[in-house]
Design a protein around this ligand. Structure first.
Ligand SMILES: [Zn+2]
Length: 94
C-alpha cells in the first residue's frame, strides 16, 4: 500500500455506507414483486403512523414481512427491514 499523508487519507472519497439489504434484494426482483414489496412497506408504515390503522392492519409487522421475504429466498436481515421501513437505511439517504 502506497504511503499517504494523514490529510490525504481523511479526504478520500469513500463509497456510501453499506447498501440497504432491502434495496439489494429489491433490485433483484421483477417489477411485480417490487411493487408488492413497496406496498407491503406502505402497509407497515401506515400501521405505525396512527392508532386507528394499528387496529386495521395488525398483521403487518416487520417480522411478518421478513418471514415472507425469507420464505421466498430473499435473504435480508430483519434489522434491514426495520430500518428500510423507517427510512433510516442507506438507500433513503440519497
Ligand atoms: Zn432501504
Amino acid at each position: 500500500m502506497p504511503k499517504s499523508s494523514f490529510v490525504e487519507d481523511l479526504k478520500v472519497d469513500l463509497a456510501p455506507a453499506k447498501q440497504c439489504g432491502v434495496e439489494r434484494v429489491r433490485s433483484q426482483m421483477g417489477a411485480d414483486d417490487r411493487t408488492a414489496l413497496d406496498a407491503a412497506f406502505e402497509k407497515i408504515r401506515d400501521k405505525n403512523s396512527s392508532y386507528k390503522s394499528v387496529q386495521t392492519t395488525g398483521g403487518y409487522t416487520y417480522k411478518w414481512l421478513h418471514d415472507v421475504l425469507t420464505k421466498h429466498g430473499h435473504v435480508v436481515s430483519i434489522r434491514s427491514v426495520t430500518k428500510h421501513s423507517r427510512k433510516l437505511c442507506a438507500c433513503d439517504v440519497n
